[in-house]
Design a protein around this ligand. Structure first.
Ligand code: SF4
Length: 295
């Protein structure tokens, strides 16, 4: 048990939550837990009036932590961090519980189960907020040099963007050629540019810049340090081992296409193929796609 003063706010979202979750039952289950000073249900917690009510509660009750159970944090994490700040509470002493996308919307046919899940989600949020401490931003000196791992389209584009910011960039590629998946592709939707040409243009652009260094046949063998100052040991084909210090690392290693087994997802059954296989068929076609000798 801790010695906290907590406020808990459960949003109904105009029925989006309360139609599928018994909010009253959740409140009954948690309101008498230790440290809870305020426990409320609000119809629209993101409304100006409800935000102001939380600000007032924090100030009047000297709350040192709040939990808001509402929609996805993607939508309102920063809204409620701002509410905490306006009330003089450190924004990191607010914990968000996703009671809509992860509960009410996911279990529209099981109110009892959704309510039990809601109680657990709230208890987890309360346990988490009890452990919060005020956090403050730090400034860290960083080396103005970036390592980009992978010389596919993402890595090459990122390198040019970083170079434009005035940073020195080292791109490493484990294979002997750059371009990743894109260089194998023909016309790309929607501009119809050829994959190989896109990569060639990026390489021309990179070669014009004296703050980008590109190494093929190169892998990382050791990494130490932390954000702002990483020490990286590279194994290159031509220059042996190299040591570089960078402030940041971008991982742009692309992806491996999943190769299903025969019969998995219908693969191998007439006309069921993978996306890379389909792209290859399109690239080889002259306006008509042929597969198994059929148009
Ligand atoms: S905070 Fe989110 S869940 Fe609550 S009313 Fe606003 S949008 Fe709906």
């Amino acid at each position: 048990m801790s010695d906290r003063r907590l406020g808990i706010y459960i949003c109904s979202c105009g029925g989006n939550i309360s139609d599928y979750v018994d909010v009253g039952k959740i409140i009954d289950a948690i309101k008498d837990e230790p440290d809870i000073i305020v426990c409320k249900n609000t119809m629209f917690t993101c409304s100006d009036a409800a935000q102001q009510e939380i600000v007032n509660d924090i100030k009047e009750n000297n709350l040192d932590g709040i939990v808001v159970a509402s929609c996805s944090p993607k939508l309102h994490l920063f809204t409620f961090r701002d509410v905490a700040k306006r009330a003089g509470l450190n924004q990191y002493q607010y914990i968000h519980v996703n009671l809509r996308e992860q509960d009410s919307w996911a279990h529209t046919n099981d109110k009892k189960g959704a309510t039990e899940k809601g109680i657990r989600l709230l208890r987890a949020g309360i346990a988490k907020v009890r452990l919060t401490e005020p956090l403050y931003p730090l400034k860290v000196e960083t080396i103005p040099r970036v390592l980009v791992i992978g010389a596919g389209i993402a890595g090459l584009r990122a390198a040019i963007g970083l170079s434009e910011l005035g940073l020195e960039v080292h791109i490493i590629e484990k294979s002997s050629a750059v371009g990743g998946w894109l260089i194998k592709f023909g016309k790309i939707y929607s501009h119809n540019r050829i994959g190989k040409k896109i990569i060639e243009d990026l390489i021309v652009e990179i070669n014009k810049r004296d703050n980008i260094f590109l190494y093929t046949d190169t892998e990382i063998v050791e990494k130490s340090g932390s954000l702002g100052n990483f020490a990286i040991k590279l194994k290159t084909k031509d220059k042996g081992e190299l040591l570089i210090n960078v402030g940041a690392i971008i991982v742009a290693t692309g992806f491996e296409a999943y190769q299903p087994k025969a019969g998995e997802f219908g693969y191998g059954i007439d006309n069921v193929i993978t996306l890379p296989e389909f792209k290859e068929l399109i690239d080889k076609s002259n306006g008509k796609i042929f597969y198994n000798n059929k148009e």
